[in-house]
Design a protein around this ligand. Structure first.
Ligand code: MSP
Length: 507
């Protein structure tokens, strides 16, 4: 299982949007590891191009100094948020630079690249081109209002247009390739118009911060081509130092390519579902198996933006509520693939589910096993929640496979709810008072202990810290895998009292 997040621009701090995609990837990675898969989970930083060059000069730094600092910021954030990536890629790494150069050379050798003139309205101040529409009637740049010039420059172009038919066919032949369906339709709509060729270079005289083209060192690779290739670099498929013909383009066996899943936000759908697959077709490489596009986090009803000053800092919520609660909120609240809104009230409601349902069940169960049976789980035949457990396992697994992560989490929570109802019905406190009901109490406690084990495994992908705490108070060294949770003999547990998993927080 090879899954990826976008690589985030090294020009800004990690925010809640980045955290969402990365949590989603981490939860899927943990889930597949639990199921026994060999997982490669990739994330990293996108470090070349105009954005980075500009931000570095604004801060009076060299581009690489900015990238070093920001790559550290992302790694720190992911460490604090318990992200279990296997590889953190930086596009300034020598290995990646080599793969990008080999990749564009390959496209050149196969006749998919040509040089031509690009002509457009250029703002020297903004250092970028604007379209006629963006300029408006005044012909001034829409950002600073300065004059623009008509310039022509040499660019290299990728013959993207020649892959339009093949891409449309691929999308039709693989109905699940782009998830959800609304995004698939969006891409098909885009492909209704003729596809243009893609400019894949910038003259070094205008933009120095990029990977030079191997066949013309006066030009650097367009940052999106550079960035997309990161997925290939990390797969280990391409060996740029090998002689031509043996670099891995002919045969990817033995590498992790193709990726099983690219996770992206809807802002970068075209680059991933049009540029990337056509570039891969040009290089003669297989396409990624699936692309999951998610929606947008907004704040209340407003877009999150630096200029509005309403960007939600994931680290602040993390400090108050803990990383698990943040993960839970983001993954439970956003229907996977859709949009969602952050408000403090929604956050507290979701937090309430953790403390009132799951946390409450865990503390009631462990304290009863300690109080009534000295921490040992009684051997008892029968399990009053067998059906509920079986149904939860089934529902969670199909929801995860179908990338409905929010529903998988809802199903797991439903099992915790059933267990709370079971406690109310069985009234173990009454069973404990009546010596004649000792066998019933044993069954109640054994049922609840088994359910807690299963819940620890089911929730581990989204609540890794708290589930490790729970496993600890059941006397286990770590959270059991699902399979073990179902079969582990209960007399191997040794239960101790624990503090609340999700303590009350005063709003
Ligand atoms: N560097 C490119 C991606 C290159 S991938 C080969 C880029 N970087 S980014 O830093 O802008 O990150 C974009 C991604 O961050 C989005 O696709 C999405 O995954 C996540 N999000 C950023 N803001 C977001 C929200 N407000 N809501 C949800 N996710 C968003 O684009």
């Amino acid at each position: 299982m090879y899954l990826t997040t976008p690589i985030y621009y090294a020009s800004g701090e990690p925010h809640i949007g980045h955290a969402y995609t990365t949590f989603l990837a981490d939860t899927l990675a943990r889930y597949h590891r639990q199921a026994g898969a060999d997982v490669l989970f990739l994330t990293g930083t996108d470090e070349h191009g105009q954005k980075i060059q500009e931000e570095a000069s604004r801060r009076g730094m060299a581009p690489i100094e900015l990238c070093d600092a920001m790559a550290d910021r992302f790694r720190e954030a992911w460490a604090a948020l318990d992200i279990t990536y296997d590889r953190f890629i930086r596009t300034t790494e020598p290995e990646h630079v080599g793969v990008v150069r080999a990749f564009v050379q390959r496209l050149m050798d196969r006749g998919h690249i040509y040089a031509s003139e690009y002509e457009g309205w250029y703002s020297v101040h903004e250092e970028r081109f604007f379209t006629e529409k963006e300029l408006g009637p005044e012909r001034t740049d829409p950002i600073a209002g300065r004059p623009v010039e008509r310039i022509r420059e040499k660019n290299y172009f990728f013959r993207m247009s020649s892959f339009q038919e093949a891409l449309i066919r691929h999308i039709h032949d693989h109905p699940d390739w782009i998830h959800p369906e609304s995004r698939r339709n969006e891409v098909l709509g885009f492909l209704n118009k003729p596809l243009e060729d893609l400019s894949i270079s910038r003259p070094k005289s205008r933009l120095a911060w990029g990977i030079p083209l191997p066949f013309d060192e006066d030009h650097v690779t367009y940052v999106w081509v550079d960035a997309l290739v990161n997925y290939l670099t990390a797969s280990g498929a391409i060996r740029p130092d090998a002689p031509a013909g043996e670099q891995g383009f002919e045969d990817v066996t033995g590498s992790r390519w193709p990726a099983d899943l690219h996770l992206i936000g809807k802002d970068i759908l075209t680059t991933h579902a049009v540029y990337w697959p056509t570039l891969l077709m040009g290089a003669g490489l297989p396409l990624p198996r699936r692309i999951l596009t998610h929606g947008w986090w907004v704040v209340g009803e407003t877009k999150m933006s630096k200029s509005l000053g309403n960007v939600v800092d994931p680290m602040e919520l993390h400090t108050t509520f803990g990383g698990d609660a943040l993960r839970w909120f983001l993954l439970r609240e956003m229907p996977t693939g859709g949009d969602a809104s952050y408000t403090p009230e929604r956050f507290l409601t979701r937090y309430g589910e953790l403390s009132n349902v799951l946390g409450n069940l865990a503390s009631r169960t462990t304290s009863m096993i300690v109080r009534y049976r000295g921490g040992e789980v009684p051997a008892a035949g029968g399990n009053g929640l067998d059906d509920a457990i079986r149904a939860a396992l089934q529902e969670v697994s199909s929801a995860m496979e179908e990338l409905r992560v929010h529903e998988a989490l809802a199903e797991a929570m439903a099992l915790a709810r059933s267990a709370n109802v079971y406690i109310e019905q069985r009234e173990p406190w009454a069973q404990a008072k009546d010596p004649g009901l000792g066998g019933d109490l044993d069954e109640t406690l054994a049922t609840l202990a088994r359910t807690l084990l299963v819940l620890a495994a089911l929730f581990e992908p989204v609540l890794p810290r708290r589930m490790a705490d729970l496993a600890g108070s059941l006397g286990l060294p770590g959270v059991p895998r699902l399979e073990e949770a179902v079969t582990l003999p209960l007399d191997t547990l040794s239960v101790s009292k624990m503090g609340p998993l999700f303590p009350r927080v005063d709003a």
